[in-house]
Design a protein around this ligand. Structure first.
Ligand code: PMP
Length: 366
């Protein structure tokens, strides 16, 4: 065949339509004096822990590939999460685990059920693999519509249901009774993304249900409560047979020696982390209470490390820009379904939260 190089301007004709049609993950701005836009933990990893990590990494032979499936880390995660290491897979952030799961379960036209609004990575991946997305809206006050989810599982029998609990960006949760109710209907996988579970009223989450429900998968991350978004460590927990199948979609050596070593040391430092989680929960409640007092602002209760609020009186764009001009970065979620006047603010340190609250009050009431 003749090669029509001249007609082919950039080669994008070769990219599949499902990829050409999506916008891609919107890269949030990452610099600001007061950065409350990515649900990160405001506390750094202490220097003593960093030193231990550096010492341990120095002893490893950097010229060799790391293990394919980091055994010690899985063992430690098993103790930490109270689950057999055989059922645990570790990824480059929980994002990679979501990708592996979607690759393993979904092909052309298979149904994926998600709530809406929710974490944008699920629909993004669902579209890339050409799955059929079924969305169940949250209720008007931004809680999960459990009956709606059950009905959708009955009606559509989706292969995969992905629900974050707590949900991003609203902070609503499913309790374990809701989860059992959902699992009773349909035999498709339910993947519960527990990225923020440590900040909720049920910090142990739903891992205990895996024994009774072979189609339940739990996703966790080191990016939030464990203060390590930069390390990129996440994990997936389910029964070992299902784990074995999903493992096939992970590329070899996905976890480098640095992340592997740091993750083990962070699990050892978990007492420190628990204190920080308590602080962040207190700050989240403080932000919620203070937002309620500001004219034209409507916050929603959250069980994560952030608060969703609506800006009912001023133009949301203007409010966002004014905050940004003053060095304060929050997450603009006005493009999400149902959230055309909403923002999400991460619970930072008390001083940062106060500066944000004061400035917002000035903008709304000034
Ligand atoms: N799940 C949810 C619900 C999230 O909000 C995020 C990140 N904001 C992730 C997963 C991804 O986390 P990670 O850093 O582990 O990839």
């Amino acid at each position: 065949m003749e090669i029509s190089v001249l007609k082919m301007k950039t080669g994008i004709e070769n990219i599949k339509r499902s990829v050409r049609e999506i916008k891609g993950y919107k890269n949030p701005p990452s610099e600001a004096e007061i950065k409350l836009n990515q649900n990160e933990n405001p506390f750094p990893i202490p220097d003593e822990v960093k030193d231990e990590i550096f010492d341990a990494v120095r002893k490893i032979d950097w010229g060799r590939y790391p293990e394919c499936d980091p055994a010690e880390l899985r063992l430690r995660l098993g103790e930490y999460a109270n689950f057999s290491p055989d059922g645990i897979l570790v990824g480059n952030g929980s994002n990679e685990m979501i990708l592996s799961l979607v690759l393993a379960a979904i092909s052309d036209g298979d149904k994926i059920l998600i709530p809406s609004p929710t974490f944008t990575v699920y629909p993004l991946l669902g579209k890339i693999v050409e799955g059929e997305l079924i969305t169940v809206n949250l209720t008007e006050d931004f809680r999960f519509d459990v009956d709606g989810i059950v009905t959708a599982r009955k009606n559509y029998n989706p292969k995969l249901t992905i629900i974050p609990s707590p949900n991003n960006p609203t902070g609503c949760v499913l309790n374990n009774n809701d989860i059992e109710e959902i699992l009773k209907f349909g035999d498709g996988i339910l993947a519960l993304d527990e990225a923020y579970i440590q900040f909720s009223d049920n910090p142990d989450g739903a891992i205990g249900l895996i024994e009774r429900f072979p189609n339940l998968i739990i996703l966790r991350t080191f990016s939030k409560a464990l203060c390590a978004a930069g390390l990129r460590i996440g994990y997936l927990i389910t029964n070992p047979e299902l784990t074995g199948q999903i493992r096939k979609t992970i590329l070899p050596y996905n976890i480098g020696i640095f992340s592997r070593t740091a993750a083990v040391k962070l699990i050892e430092a978990k007492n420190l982390i628990n204190e920080r989680v308590e602080y962040i929960i207190e700050q989240r409640e403080y932000i919620f209470k203070e937002l309620k007092k500001i004219k034209g602002i409507k916050p929603y209760p959250s069980q994560a490390n952030f608060v969703l609020f609506e800006c009912l009186e001023k133009e949301p764009n203007e409010v966002y820009s004014k905050l940004y001009e003053n060095g304060i970065l929050i997450r603009d979620v006005t493009s999400y379904p149902m959230l055309s006047r909403a923002f999400r603010v991460t619970a930072g340190k008390k001083e940062e939260n106060n500066i944000f609250l004061e400035k917002l009050k000035e903008i709304m009431e000034g």
